[in-house]
Ligand binder design. Structure first.
Ligand code: HEC
Length: 147
């Protein structure tokens, strides 16, 4: 019984390290990749909710995106750029043009905040165009700052 508990605890302790080491990316790089994967899922959820007219889900998803927009810059410390031993796609431009990168983050912050607001009017056309602005902010940052 005691032995059993011990093994379970060991497993719980070692599991995070195991998952962090997957894919050759660790620490903050892995964390931001997960955040971006979550963003992709949130965008899919919003897209689906637009056809279901589920404005509450759209607002909640936009709130999560906006929270991420407010944290994103902190996830790109110096020294976390792409190299041969990680799978990061972070472009060197992030560090050579920090103001440009901050602007791109800000654009995402503004468009996601707008979606939170507009979705509350429950007007489908306005919400669709606001959603497209969020998607455009993802795309334009990727063009400039993702390899
Ligand atoms: C301000 C810049 C910026 C914005 C805005 C942005 N991204 Fe990214 N995104 C990046 C960078 C840089 C990477 C590469 C990160 C890395 O590999 O270290 C990335 C990576 C990704 C990835 C790949 C993650 C992985 O597992 O490797 C996905 C998916 C993604 N972004 C989706 C989105 C979506 C969806 C949005 C908008 C809702 C978005 N991004 C907004 C800069 C941005």
């Amino acid at each position: 019984m005691y032995k059993c508990k011990f093994v379970l605890i060991l497993f719980l302790i070692s599991f995070p390290f195991f998952s962090y080491s997957q894919g050759g990316s660790t620490g903050i790089i892995k964390e931001r990749m997960n955040k971006f994967q979550e963003s992709k899922n949130l965008m899919r959820t919003i897209n689906k909710s637009l056809s279901d007219n589920n404005f509450d889900i759209i607002r909640q998803s936009a709130e999560k995106l906006n929270k991420w927009a407010n944290e994103m810059y902190e996830y790109f410390p110096k020294g976390s750029e792409a190299n041969t031993s990680n799978k990061s796609q972070a472009s060197d431009n992030i560090w050579s043009d920090p103001e440009g990168f901050k602007k791109a983050v800000k654009k995402f912050e503004i468009t996601s905040a707008k979606l939170i607001k507009i979705s509350q009017n429950k007007n489908i056309d306005d919400t669709v165009s606001s959603f497209r602005e969020v998607a455009a902010s993802c795309k334009s940052c990727h063009q400039q700052f993702r390899n």
